[in-house]
Structure formats: structure tokens, C-alpha cells
Design a protein around this ligand. Structure first.
Ligand code: DAH
Length: 336
């Protein structure tokens, strides 16, 4: 037993002196190799009297483990590369190819829409998703008791704050901070507590557009929309404006695009109407200008708000809006 003790001291001293990979390997062979010192001790075990065997065997095992651990530690200091090569990496195996990602269909659709509007001279801006009543309602000429303000139709965070229910809020923010002429688009998320089904969600995306200048008319609005949709769907696209009401525009209209599948004949995509509703638009109401301090005698403007989900679902043939937020990779992969 005392031989084991002194051997251990000697072994550790020698190990501490081994300064390179070659010296380490020599040490390993001498102490832990097949014909090395520890193996020699194991052989001695057989010659011992029965009652001494257990204690001796245990001591040899402890020595072996201690030396092996000390060897690993020393090796990682002196010759780290030796450890790495012992991990048996087969460098001839082909590498694991990282999967290529892709943009979400909503992001792609939004990108196309932005490209089209930029080419018409519109600048992309953003506004906050948490809004106050002034920007979401008051300044947009939505009167105090209007049903659009009801608690059932909005996500209120406090008396005055809510998750915006429309991107029209960004029109107000831009007119407050900039002087006309203005040409902006604002893409982004909006929130409404709708019951979720195949075509409704409590969060969706809109693209808002606003132009303010001297002498803008409905003709400029329609021209902009025609150019925008022909950029998206091709030259021969047809649009129509259907009279409607929005508090923040006067006159207001609903924008329809002739169904791109049946060209107006009527099919399942357009529910046999021949036209697909894309959103709202109109000429900025003088009350809205008043709220942001723009003189309606000097300036006119047009605005529009389009649902991005609706466009993306039509374009990519997505049957259910919920697919867009479930993040099922099998679904998303198809849009790479
Ligand atoms: N904000 C409206 C909505 O969420 C859409 C809209 C209609 C936007 C008319 C406009 C507009 O800018 O002029 O339903």
C-alpha cells in the first residue's frame, strides 16, 4: 500500500513535468498503458493472500482513476488538440445542412405592397400599436358614442389607452408632425376582439395610405389605387369604388378588385360576386384636418386602408386565417 502512495506522488510529479504531447503520451504508456505501472499492480493482486485482496484492489482502482483524471486535466492544458482528436470526429461525413428559412406570407405580401406604393412616391412610416383615444377615434371624427368605440369591439388597456383597431391612427400622427405635401403608407398590426374563425382574427394587418396636397381629388385616389393594384396583380386589373361611409373620409368608398381568378365572371373565390373587397378609402374629412391643424381650404387629401391578410390569402390560396398565426413549420415552408 505504501508503494502505491509513493508511486502516486512520483506519477503526478512526472505528469506535471510533461510539457508537450509527446511527453504526455510517454507518461500515459508508462503509467496507464497495457504494460504500464497500474496494469502491473493489477497483476500483483493475484499473488496476494485472500484477505488483502479487497483493500489492495480498491487502492489500485482509486489510483488508476486519479491518474486518469490528472492526465485529462494536464492534457487539456498542455495539448488541447490531443483531446479534440480523440473525440473521433469523422471529418469526411457530409455536414448537417442548416434549413433555409423564408419570409412569412404576410411579410411577403406586405413587401409587395410596399414596393408598389414606393414606386408611386409614397414613404413607409410606422405608428405605435398602443394608442390613445385621440388618435384612434377623436381625431378621426369618430363621435363619443359611436359603436366603434364600444368595449366589446376594442382591447382597452385603460380609460384612454387601447390596442389600435385601425392603422388610420398613423394618418393623424403624420399630419400632426409633418407639413403637407404628404405621401405616406403605414403597414402594421391592428387588434379587435373578434371571435376567431376561418376568416376572422383578433389581430390582423392593414396597410394605410395617405396623401395630402393642394388640389388632390378623387381622381388622384382612384389613379393611385389602379396603379397600385396593377402593380400587385398585373396591368389588366380592374377596380371599382363603391359608395360607403367612414367617419374620417368624405366622400368614402369601398375598394373592390375584379376577381383575379374568374375576371369578373363569378367563381368560388369571389363567392360568385365577380369582385373582391379590399378595404376602404375616401377623401380626408375636413373635421380630420381641423383636428390636426391643417387648413381644409388650402389642402385636400385622400386615404385608404387595405387588409393585408385578405390579399395574402387570395394571392397564395390560403383557406384559413388561423394558419397564419399557428406557426406550423410545414405550412410556412411552402412559402420559402
Ligand atoms: N380604417 C378603416 C377600417 O379599419 C379602413 C379605412 C377606410 C381606412 C377608409 C381609410 C379610409 O384610410 O379612408 O376599417
Amino acid at each position: 500500500m505504501s508503494e502505491i502512495e509513493s508511486a502516486k506522488t512520483r506519477a503526478l510529479d512526472e505528469l506535471a513535468a510533461a510539457g508537450d504531447a509527446k511527453a504526455l503520451e510517454a507518461w500515459r504508456i508508462a503509467w496507464l498503458g497495457k504494460k504500464g505501472f497500474v496494469t502491473g499492480l493489477m497483476k500483483k493482486l493475484k499473488e496476494l493472500p485472500r484477505e488483502e485482496k479487497p483493500a489492495f484492489g480498491q487502492a489500485v482502482n482509486i489510483l488508476k482513476n486519479e491518474l486518469a483524471r490528472a492526465f485529462e486535466t494536464r492534457t487539456s492544458v498542455v495539448a488541447p488538440a490531443r483531446n479534440a482528436s480523440r473525440r473521433k470526429i469523422d471529418i469526411t461525413l457530409p455536414g448537417a445542412r442548416p434549413e433555409r428559412g423564408g419570409l412569412h406570407p404576410i411579410t411577403q405580401m406586405q413587401g409587395h405592397m410596399i414596393t408598389c406604393m414606393r414606386s408611386l412616391g409614397f414613404e413607409v412610416v410606422e405608428g405605435p400599436e398602443i394608442e390613445d383615444e385621440f388618435h384612434n377615434f377623436n381625431a378621426l371624427n369618430i363621435p363619443p358614442n359611436h359603436p366603434a368605440r364600444s368595449e366589446a369591439d376594442n382591447f382597452y388597456l385603460s380609460d384612454d389607452l387601447l390596442l389600435r383597431s385601425q392603422t388610420s391612427t398613423v394618418q393623424i400622427r403624420m399630419m400632426e408632425t409633418r407639413k403637407p405635401p404628404l405621401r405616406i403608407i403605414a403597414p402594421g398590426r391592428v387588434y379587435r376582439p373578434d371571435t376567431v374563425d376561418a376568416s376572422h382574427h383578433y389581430m390582423f394587418h392593414q396597410l394605410e395610405g395617405l396623401a395630402v396636397d393642394r388640389g388632390l381629388t378623387m381622381k388622384d385616389l382612384k389613379t393611385t389605387l389602379v396603379l397600385f393594384f396593377s402593380g400587385l396583380f398585373g396591368e389588366d386589373v380592374e377596380i371599382r369604388l363603391r359608395p360607403n361611409f367612414f367617419p374620417f373620409t368624405e366622400p368614402s368608398a369601398e375598394v373592390d378588385v375584379a376577381c383575379t381568378f374568374c375576371k369578373g365572371e363569378g367563381c368560388s373565390t369571389c363567392q360568385n360576386k365577380g369582385w373582391i373587397e379590399m378595404g376602404g378609402c375616401g377623401m380626408v374629412d375636413p373635421n380630420v384636418f381641423a383636428a390636426v391643424g391643417i387648413d381644409p381650404e388650402e389642402y385636400t387629401g385622400f386615404a385608404f386602408g387595405l387588409g393585408i391578410e385578405r390579399l395574402a390569402m387570395r394571392r397564395y390560396g390560403i383557406p384559413d386565417i388561423r394558419l397564419l398565426t399557428e406557426n406550423d413549420v410545414r405550412f410556412l415552408k411552402q412559402f420559402r
